[in-house]
Design a protein around this ligand. Structure first.
Ligand code: DLL
Length: 432
């Protein structure tokens, strides 16, 4: 059984990896300088030109890019290729203004799918497998990325998309799926549904590739035991293509970053200073092979640690820990990116004050989102019917903004505790 999808790359010597990174970085900086005026301006402001970048050791001289830059340059401002050369976009959840739109040439799609194929092979996938892809398809990168990777490996691919659990289980049993790709929360839900229906004997799964949201080791053990599989983590973000920036191998002690495509740095989120290996900080990626959306020093806001300890799987690429949190206030609820500011916008638009609290929890491995909102003295009511009606309206407005259900609880004016310092808007009860 093949152990690697691209053995010569995945097990290359550190010297070779560094040589690729040096050469590709220099080329990429020139490409961006010549084709992305937005970033060129940032370089000029910092007094850096492509001549200053001779290799990875000079990376720290380049300016950072953040989500705010993406918003400012929305939609085409960071495009590195002509539209006629681009073949695809993908996007994050969220609404206009908060949306990230990433562009791909055919070459970009190919390399992205290679990264996902590496993850599938690392999870034991071969052309004998039946791979059920139950990440969302469409704008979200999860479905298309793993779908492409599964094709490249030669698995029989079931492009299920998310939801419709009865149908998922029917295809899983009838077609004998051996690999499942979905969010860890959905995997836990599928596992429960399988037990409820006593379908265990009909399940042939051997591996799962789960990512797009934080999940704990306890959750991994629970899913592994219930589905009788090995569960692998996979990481990525829309800005850097999607899933497959890094993936777990059989050692399950961190995710190998595909360093032939991405240079990873860990920085202090407050000062922007690069931290030495092994220190915890914000992960920053420089995409060195992407053509259409070539982001340099992109701040992911994910907090984690890098490790170059040799891995028993034979892969030589650096490993990142599971993200341990974020350096901004973005929440990921059911795989959907939620910013408190989006919730605030809805409340203000609907005539409520900005006195609210967002409570996130995980019940039976599934995220729940609740928004507690104060009524104003003007719209205050203590009749149940009126309150229920007002709550329903807010639920609908929030659904339109966020794309997911949020329970709303209206409370009397001045009942949410006021803070003397920063307002405590988010209560995240999930233990991850
Ligand atoms: O979630 C891409 C993806 C799809 C990854 C399928 C894995 C599998 P976005 O919607 O842009 O892209 O969200 C990116 O999700 O910055 C992390 O905060 C979080 N995230 C992604 N993977 C993991 C993971 C996709 N394995 C944001 N563990 C990232 C924890 C993750 N958090």
């Amino acid at each position: 059984m093949a152990k690697y999808y691209q053995p010569e790359i995945e097990t290359a010597s550190r010297e070779q990896i560094l040589a690729w990174q040096n050469e590709r970085l220099v080329k990429q900086v020139k490409h961006v300088w010549e084709n992305v005026p937005y970033y060129r301006k940032k370089m000029e402001e910092k007094g850096v030109t492509p001549d200053d970048i001779k290799g990875v050791a000079d990376l720290h001289k380049l300016p950072f890019l953040t989500k705010d830059d993406l918003r400012e340059a929305y939609p085409y401002g960071l495009l590195g290729k002509l539209l006629s050369e681009c073949v695809r976009i993908q996007s994050t959840s969220g609404t206009t203004g908060k949306r990230v739109v990433a562009f791909y040439t055919q070459h970009d799609v190919d390399l992205w799918e290679d990264c996902c194929a590496r993850a599938i092979v690392a999870a034991g996938g071969t052309n004998e497998d039946v791979c059920q892809v139950s990440y969302g398809y469409g704008l979200f990168t999860g479905g298309p990325g793993l779908n492409g990777g599964s094709h490249k490996v030669g698995c029989l691919t079931l492009p299920m998309s998310s939801g419709n659990t009865d149908r998922q289980l029917q295809f899983m049993t009838d077609l004998g799926a051996t690999i499942i790709c979905c969010t860890p929360s959905y995997a836990a839900y599928l596992a429960e549904s399988i037990h409820e229906r006593s379908l265990q004997d009909q399940i042939k799964l051997k591996a799962g590739i789960f990512g797009a949201e934080a999940w704990s080791e306890e959750m991994r053990r629970d899913i592994e035991q219930k589905l009788n599989i090995k569960a692998y983590d996979i990481y990525g973000l829309t800005e850097t293509s999607g899933p497959g920036v890094s993936f777990e191998c059989e050692e399950q002690t961190g995710m190998h970053i595909n360093e032939d495509h991405f240079i990873a740095e860990i920085i202090d989120p407050k000062t922007g200073e690069v931290l030495p290996e092994g220190e915890k900080g914000e992960l920053v990626f420089t995409a060195i092979t992407k053509e259409a959306f070539p982001l340099l020093r992109y701040r992911t806001r994910d907090i984690c640690v890098l490790s170059r300890k040799p891995c028993s799987c034979g892969r030589t690429h650096v490993k990142m820990s599971k993200p341990m949190g974020r350096s901004d206030d973005m929440l990921i609820v059911k795989g959907v990116n939620v910013f408190p500011s989006q919730i605030e916008t809805v409340l203000l638009e609907q005539g409520y004050p900005a006195n609210y609290q967002i409570i996130v929890d995980r019940v039976n491995h599934s995220d729940t989102l609740e928004v507690m909102v104060e009524m104003t003295p003007e719209n205050f009511s203590d009749t149940l019917g009126k309150i229920t009606e007002m709550e329903k309206q807010l639920v609908a407005a929030l659904k339109t903004m966020l794309g997911i259900y949020a329970k709303v609880k209206l409370v009397a004016p001045k009942t949410i505790a006021r803070s003397e310092g920063k307002a405590v808007r988010i209560i995240d009860k999930r233990k991850i």
